[in-house]
Design a binder for this molecule. Structure first.
Ligand code: FRU
Length: 485
């Protein structure tokens, strides 16, 4: 097969991918007039990072996407880096009209020389065509090396647009009444959280804690490639926001994902009644040589966010949006299946949803082996499991087929075969594992979404088996395996 056909074997069916070329961060996630818009970092000219432009897709249900043309192309002077979009319903900017409000995109102009500043583009035809604002940049750069990825939202309590921008080791917050003139309100971040690498792609939004019914503000941030976390990662803070300043309620470092491949997450603006986000399933440690052919980059499934308090610790909860249920085929009941010091076949498939509750009270370890098979006499698989004796939950692609890939710097290689784990103890005797395996990706939601892991998967496409493994006895008390179409 030629490179393109080989790549098609990896193309996820329940996730967004561009037909061809390179994609990274989601940008400008916004709902308007019956459509969800997803823009994204896109190279219209190739399958490596470069010529950064905003690609565009629309969906009525967040599940089935239609790819449209490039929305905001790069120029010879600059790349169009990450950012966000809002609907200027009250026409505060004057860029639309009260009857036909503008969709306003706020993005980083990344000059060939390296300077980064914040600019606007706008559309008055539901995102189909775009013009750059004549007064760009709306926030010039006062000498910062990193100054990018603006996320903008309307703050009703203080009646202003808020922009949060990453700036190396902190974020800066700005306020505006018209999206065009911005004043600096505050900085946040120095001396708190993970500073293993540059901060990128911030977001800030309110969520209600289901355990006390009170609203808190959540700030999320991506952290560039670094050795501490074997690549790039993402973290969050919980606190309050008064329209100018973010007040964290504690100084804990929290990560959004146990796995390796959930980056640059952004939440949708103007969605009523819920907060949904998605991220690039990728990692800046090894972005370039994944074997997907002439398309490269996939989005996570959209996830609904909430807060809860577990063991005294307020925690971000992520769960697959219910719209994904529309993809379900005929489910196989797995209830009662068990493994005792062995592996038990559960079924097969590489575009599947598995949702099961596992009794681990008689096991010291239990795991699901996914995308499993034998290649050249060797087992390839990716595991998600709990090690009860060690008190960990893990995602493991040590035997995942692909072992070494090109690193982020020219001429370097990096380990793709790795295991990631977090401290974890089941509450009671069971563990719930709800997962989506989709050809080249795995997203696991543990115990109703309080722990989440995302991992790219590149065992050979022939590896289709799904097994339950255990040390001791692990029993599926209830559960199903459902192919997705
Ligand atoms: C994050 C990022 C952003 C930047 C974009 C460029 O993945 O590095 O900070 O705007 O990618 O494509």
């Amino acid at each position: 097969p030629n490179a393109d056909q080989a790549g098609e074997q990896w193309r996820p069916q329940a996730h967004y991918t561009p037909q061809k070329n390179w994609m990274n961060d989601p940008n400008g996630l916004v709902y308007y007039d019956g459509e969800y818009h997803m823009f994204y970092q896109y190279n219209p000219e190739g399958s490596d990072w470069g010529n950064m432009s905003w690609g565009h897709a629309v969906s009525k249900d967040l599940v089935h996407w239609e790819e449209l043309g490039v929305a905001i192309p790069h120029t010879s002077q600059y790349g169009v880096f990450s950012g966000s979009a809002v609907i200027d319903t009250k026409n505060t900017s004057g860029l639309g009209s009260p009857d036909n409000p503008a969709m306003v995109a706020v993005w980083t102009r990344a000059d060939v020389g390296g300077n980064q500043s914040q600019s606007l583009a706008y559309s008055t035809d539901r995102g189909r065509s775009w013009r750059r604002f004549s007064g760009n940049p709306v926030i010039p750069n006062d000498g910062r090396k990193d100054f990018r990825d603006p996320k903008v939202f309307w703050h009703e309590d203080s009646k202003a647009w808020i922009m949060i921008v990453s700036a190396g080791d902190h974020v800066s917050l700005f306020r505006s009444t018209d999206l065009k003139a911005w004043s600096h309100a505050s900085d946040f971040g120095q001396g708190i959280g993970s500073h293993a690498a540059v901060w990128e792609c911030p977001d800030l939004f309110p969520l209600t804690d289901s355990s006390d019914g009170r609203t808190r503000w959540v700030m999320t941030l991506s952290v560039g490639a670094n050795e501490e976390t074997a690549g790039s990662t993402a973290q969050y803070f919980i606190g309050d926001f008064d329209g100018s300043v973010f007040f964290p309620e504690d100084r804990d470092t929290r990560f959004t994902d146990v796995g390796q491949d959930f980056y640059a997450a952004q939440s949708f603006e103007h969605v009523e009644g819920r907060r949904v986000w998605m991220a690039w399933l990728g990692n800046w440690n090894y972005p370039y040589s994944l074997p997907t052919g002439d398309w490269r980059g996939e989005m996570s499934i959209p996830r609904e966010l909430s807060l809860t308090t577990i063991g005294g610790k307020r925690t971000l909860v992520q769960n697959p949006i219910p719209e994904l249920d529309a993809l379900r085929g005929r489910a196989t009941d797995l209830s009662g299946l068990k493994a005792t010091d062995t592996v038990t076949a559960l079924g097969s498939g590489r575009t599947v949803e598995i949702d099961l509750t596992l009794d681990v009270s008689h096991a010291s370890e239990a795991w699901l082996g996914l995308a499993r098979g034998t290649v050249d006499g060797k087992t390839q698989e990716v595991r998600v499991g709990v090690d009860i004796s060690a008190g960990t939950l893990y995602l493991d692609r040590t035997d995942g087929g692909l072992t070494q890939v090109d690193g982020k710097d020219e001429g370097t290689t990096t380990d793709f075969a790795l295991r990631r784990q977090t401290q974890y103890r089941p509450t009671g005797s069971t563990v719930r594992l709800h997962l989506y395996l989709d050809r080249s990706s795995l997203e696991v939601f543990v115990d109703d979404g309080a722990t989440v892991g995302s991992l790219l998967v590149f065992t050979a496409p022939s590896c289709q088996e799904i097994v339950l493994g255990a040390k001791g006895t692990a029993t599926i008390t209830s559960g199903s395996l459902t192919p997705l179409a």
